[in-house]
Write a protein that binds this ligand. Structure first.
Ligand code: NAD
Length: 419
């Protein structure tokens, strides 16, 4: 459903609605928090290096900024819609609130297929995006980052475009995170989301009294989040028995050597043909016999069609909104522990916050300091959510939403009632 339909927005609104009811919000304040504050649609017409001029739709949504400037990535896919960007921006509001960084929620979309662009063409597109969007981007307004289809080179070009337009070498403050380290990025940002996912799994195992070394894992998606999460959980001694991406799936009950698989993927550009594994269809990932499932691909993947096949007792949502609400109810009725996306994959935005403060203060953080801050913050917030869920007898998702929405509500009320 993520591909062009409004699955993410539907899920985000549903999750907010039930939280608002549980928290007893009246309709005025509910509308004020539901937002979004601003939705922008822009046309860009970059001229590519081959002389051809193309057109692309750009969407920017600032969902909420009571806690601080909007934070959220730029998604470049051929099917991205304003609805999808709005749903993702809303999710970012809850995520930044829950993980406790001084940001609100935002997101951008560029409707183009990055796989059809050369590096030079993509640079022209990204620079056109920055020019078109410049009045909506800034350290106190909206700070973008990479998301599906964009990467650290794109963030480097955004930063360069801003500093170049001002005739200076650097920017006044942090306009974009997820940059290459050489241009003010922070060490450990690329791995932060995947590692954060694993930290929440380690906390889950601790609470459930399970030994990570005896657990088997299936991972959907072998991109930034999925490949790092697979490698990290294997490093902690778990057995990764299946992985897949959009093209192919692999299975090995004895455990897949993830480091070797990463090398194979870099060389061949595909998971296919990796020795020692059985190949399977990507959709078979949900039926794999495993203790932990990490959906780290796209939204709306766990549906009523596959939820009954899932055998895992822990689901760690690396992707944004991978579970549709109806399937979520089924998992809750089976007492599957679902670590919700706004907690599970918040490691990326937490380390983005460290990048923001590092750049603002002209500081340099070490990898050790970044990882220590990340692992302790993930564990703290996991415990807050777990404890509230136990105390109220609700799911982890409900508890995470209650904390996130309550913090936004507190900020709104503390600011006062002026528009
Ligand atoms: P990516 O583009 O690097 O990787 C996505 C992976 O998912 C690829 O391997 C792709 O082939 C696979 N995939 C896509 N559709 C699939 C399908 N239908 N079945 C199986 N595999 C499929 O993206 P990413 O940065 O790893 O992001 C993955 C998810 O995590 C997205 O939902 C994203 O919004 C979310 N997320 C990412 C970050 C981050 O820091 N990168 C942070 C928070 C949330």
């Amino acid at each position: 459903m993520e591909n062009g339909k409004s699955g993410i927005l539907t899920t985000a609104m549903y999750n907010f609605d039930v939280a608002a009811k549980r928290l007893g919000l009246d309709s005025d304040i509910r509308q004020k928090i539901l937002g979004p504050k601003e939705k922008v649609e822009i046309d860009i017409n970059p001229k590519l290096p081959n002389g051809r001029m193309i057109n692309a739709k750009v969407f920017i949504v600032r969902h909420h900024d009571a806690l601080g400037p909007a934070k959220g990535g730029i998604r470049m896919t051929p099917s991205v819609t304003l609805d999808e960007v709005t749903g993702l921006a809303m999710e970012m509001t809850w995520k930044t609130s829950l993980i406790g960084v001084p940001f609100g929620g935002g997101k951008s979309g560029i409707r183009l297929d990055p796989a059809k662009l050369t590096d030079d063409e993509k640079e022209a597109v990204i620079r056109a995006f920055e020019r078109g969007a410049s009045r909506h981007i800034g350290p106190e307004i909206y700070i973008p980052a990479p998301d599906m289809g964009t990467n650290e080179m794109d963030m480097a070009h955004i930063r360069d475009c801003i500093s170049y337009s001002q005739g200076v070498s650097i920017t006044k403050g942090c306009f974009v995170t997820g940059k290459p380290v050489i241009l003010g990025g922070i060490v450990g940002r690329r791995e932060a989301t995947g590692k954060g996912v694993v930290y929440t799994i380690l906390s889950s195992c601790e609470k459930l009294n399970k030994d990570i070394k005896k657990m088997s894992v299936a991972v959907q998606g072998f991109g930034n989040v999925g490949s790092v999460a697979a490698a990290e959980i294997a490093r902690h001694g778990a057995r990764v028995v299946a992985v897949c991406d959009a093209q192919a799936g692999l299975k090995n009950d004895d455990g897949i050597d993830i480091q070797a698989l990463e090398r194979h993927f870099v060389q061949k550009g595909t998971l296919k043909g990796f020795p020692g594994c059985k190949e399977m269809a990507p959709t078979d990932i949900f039926a794999v016999d495993c203790d932990i499932l990490i959906p780290a691909a796209a939204g709306s993947q766990i549906t009523l069609e596959n939820v009954d096949k899932i055998k895992a007792s822990i689901i760690a949502e690396g992707a944004n909104a991978p579970t549709i609400p109806e399937a979520d109810e089924v998992l809750a009725s089976r007492s599957v522990m679902v670590v919700p996306d706004i907690l599970c994959n918040a490691g990326g935005v937490f380390v983005s916050y460290l990048e923001y403060t590092q750049e603002t203060q002209r500081e340099q953080m070490t990898l050790e300091a970044v990882e220590n801050r990340l692992s302790s913050r993930m564990a703290e917030r996991f415990n807050d959510v777990y404890d509230l869920a136990a105390q109220k007898g609700i799911t982890m998702r409900q508890a995470a939403m209650d904390i996130a929405v309550s913090r936004v509500l507190e900020a709104v009320r503390t600011r006062g009632l002026l528009p």
